[in-house]
Every structure is written in C-alpha cells, then in structure tokens.
Design a binder for this molecule. Structure first.
Ligand SMILES: Cc1ncc(COP(=O)(O)O)c(C=O)c1O
Length: 390
C-alpha cells in the first residue's frame, strides 16, 4: 500500500485548478471564450533573446555539467541591471543566486528560512505559491490583510505581539499580484525597521518589477538596510515574456543567498548554460523591448478601465503588474460573479477568494489579451445589466 508523506498531505488545494478545468470545457464548446483568468503572457520572447539561446545551444561547454550555482557572467548581468535600473549595488559573487523560476525559489527559500511549526507572514490576498512553500516546510502561515483603504499594503500594527515573536519570515509583493498596486519608499522603510526589530527575514517578490505605469516601481533593495533583513525575487518571466524558460534570481542578503545555494547544491546543477547566456544577453542589452511591453500593457489598462467606467463599473486603474483588480457588483461574491461571467458572458476571470479571504469582493482580470478583446469583454459584462449606468 503506497502512503504519501506528511509534506504531501500538507500541500494546499489548488483553488484555480477547478476554474482552469471549467474554462477548458467551456472553450471546447464555445469559440468566443475570452480568458482573462490566468497570468500567462500572450506575446513571445523578443527574437534577439531567442537568437542568443540558439547561439548558446551550439556551445559544447554548455553540454557538460556547469557550475552548480550557475555562471558568474549571469550573476554579473543581474548586478549590472540592478545598478543601472535601481542604483542598487549587488556583489555578483555573494548576493545573487540563480533559480529555475522564482516559483521554485519561493519553495526553496521557505526550506532555508522556516522550520516546522514556525510562522511565515503572507499577504492576503496574495500569490498562492507562498502557501505551498510554507506548507512543504511544515511551517504555519499568518495572513496580513491587504485592504483597499490602506492602499493594499499590510498594516504591521494589526499583528499581535505573539505573532511578531513567532514570525520568522515575511512575503511581500509589489507591484502586487493580484491587486495591481505599487509600494512607496516609506512603506519599505517601515518594513525594514519592523523586520529588523522582530528578526523577520523579508522576501520581497519583485516579479512585476519592470511593469509600472505612471511611476517606476521601487525595488525593496533601494531602501536603506533592506539587504540586512532580506532578499528580493527577480524573474525574467514577465519582463521579457520568458515564463516558459524558467530563469529567475534571488538577490540581496548574502547569508540567505548562501543558504539557498547550499540547498540548491542538493537539488540542482543550475540551469542550462545556453539559457544563462540568453538571460545575460537580455539583461545587458538595451531595454527597448521592455519599454514597448510596458507601453502595450499601459494602453490595454487604459482601454479596459475606460470601458469599465463607461458601463458604470467603478474600478481603480492598476498602477503596476499586468492585472486589474475590480470590485464585484452588489449581490454577488467573487466566486458567484466569476461563475456568472464564465457562463453568461464567456469570460474567464479569477475570483478574489482564490487569493485569500481578503480577496473576497474582487475579481482579477489579466491585461493579457489585445485591447479590442478586453473592451469586448467589458461590453459583454455591460450587457448583463449589473451596474447602474445600464
Ligand atoms: C507574484 C508572482 N511571483 C512569482 C511568480 C512566478 O514567476 P516565475 O515564472 O519566475 O516562477 C509569479 C507568476 O505568475 C507571480 O505572479
């Protein structure tokens, strides 16, 4: 009789799996489905990066095992990028770790920083993979409510003394998935002070770092003292439409970077050298493809928000990330509204409750379809007659 481990027992249920299944079934029956429910970019990787991979694939040096923690040239490219983009100094040898996508980095960091029974603070609503990492490590999570009246930033004053004492690690994520807000310098400063006082390691997830609309998003590491208390997750996935390539980084605190690389020595032998070369090329080159990408998302955001306001949907425009976080109309919870949109308007959205209890009352829409498709989706919502203009 096969018995699974306790770690497997602890894995949280994949809330969105049922949604993905239903959306697939509906798509098989209807050819007019609009899928705004997932976080997968809709454009390919820029061709100059693909070409760099092709070139890298030809290099026999990469056909053998490479350095376990990856090539220094890629870490130098990350350090160069942080210096140019954010004015942050990173030592490529000790303050940059390469991960096969930050999704993996999240799970591994939990193993580095949490022991069974310890507490990790997570944003609620938040990216569900934090829960998985914490569960696998056998730790407990404590949600920090992100409320609209507090600009979707956690209020550390709400945490009890016992929680502050028990917490060993904290996840933050700005620009935020799912709410689309950015964090300002004073919030990060407060975070550094709070984390230092209570000896909590901060993991700031900067997955949408380059995707900011009206102001450039801040790196957590720009704040004084940030490197003493934590690390930042930085990924190629969103910035260069490279989600399928699986290249990300953990940067900042040298002790944490060292722990992660030690753990990784047991798990991986880094990522393919050709991939590392292509990733370094992407980071070192002119960032015009990124500028174009952000312009495209901005234009989609503006079209979506304008169309929503025209049907009387009172929405707030996202400041960053490629998600819009819109309130559900009166009389619905997020699941019921999302189901209604799926069944009656053939639109897939992610119900807020899937991101945590404080996600209730909202749905997440990805800016991951062409502008006219986003506007068509809102017109279909308008036809349901749920908002006061209708
Ligand atoms: C907030 C957030 N963090 C991390 C990730 C994972 O990115 P990666 O492709 O680097 O694993 C995602 C992907 O959707 C995300 O939304």
């Amino acid at each position: 009789m096969i018995q699974q481990s306790k770690a497997m027992d602890r894995l949280p249920k994949q809330f969105f799996a049922a949604l993905v299944k239903k959306a697939q079934e509906m798509s098989a029956e209807h050819d007019d489905m609009i899928n705004l429910g997932q976080g997968n970019h809709d454009k390919p990787t820029p061709s100059h990066i693909v070409d760099a991979l092709k070139q890298g694939a030809e290099n026999p040096a990469y056909h053998r095992y490479g350095p376990f923690s990856g090539y220094l040239f890629l870490k130098e490219a990350v350090a160069g990028y942080y210096k140019r983009e954010y004015g942050v100094e990173l030592d490529p040898k000790t303050e940059v770790a390469i991960v096969p996508g930050t999704k993996t980095g999240i799970v591994e960091l939990c193993q580095c920083l949490l022991s069974p029974g310890e507490v990790a603070l997570v944003p609620d609503p938040g990216y569900p993979d934090y829960w998985s990492g914490i569960a696998i490590a056998g730790a407990t999570m404590h949600p920090m409510a992100l409320k609209e009246q507090c600009q979707f930033l956690p209020d550390y004053r709400e945490l009890s003394d016992a929680t502050r004492r028990a917490a060993k690690m904290m996840f933050l994520n700005y620009p935020n998935n799912p709410t689309g807000v950015r964090a300002h310098a004073s919030f990060f400063e407060k975070t550094v002070a709070f984390a230092a006082k209570h000896e909590i390691s901060v993991v700031h997830d900067f997955a949408y770092g380059a995707i900011g609309y009206d102001e450039k998003p801040r790196s957590f590491l720009q704040s004084e003292g940030a490197k003493e208390v934590g690390v930042e997750l930085f990924t190629m996935s969103k910035l260069y439409n490279m989600a399928g390539w699986r290249v990300g980084f953990v940067v900042g605190n040298a002790q944490i970077v060292n722990m992660l690389e030690t753990l990784q020595d047991h798990y991986h032998c880094s990522i393919f050298g050709g991939l590392q070369e292509a990733a370094a090329h992407a980071l070192n080159e002119e960032q015009t493809s990124v500028d174009r990408l952000v312009d495209m998302y901005r234009s989609r955001r503006d079209a979506l928000v304008k169309a929503a306001r025209e049907i009387g949907w009172e929405v707030t425009a996202p400041q960053g990330s490629f998600f819009a976080w819109f309130p559900v109309p009166k009389g619905y919870d997020s699941q019921a509204f999302s189901d209604l949109l799926l069944e009656k308007a053939h639109i897939v959205t992610a119900p807020g409750i899937g991101f945590g209890a404080h996600g209730e009352g909202y749905v997440r829409l990805g800016l991951l379809a062409e502008e006219d498709v986003l506007v068509e989706a809102v017109h279909r919502v308008g036809k349901l007659g749920l908002f006061k203009n209708e």
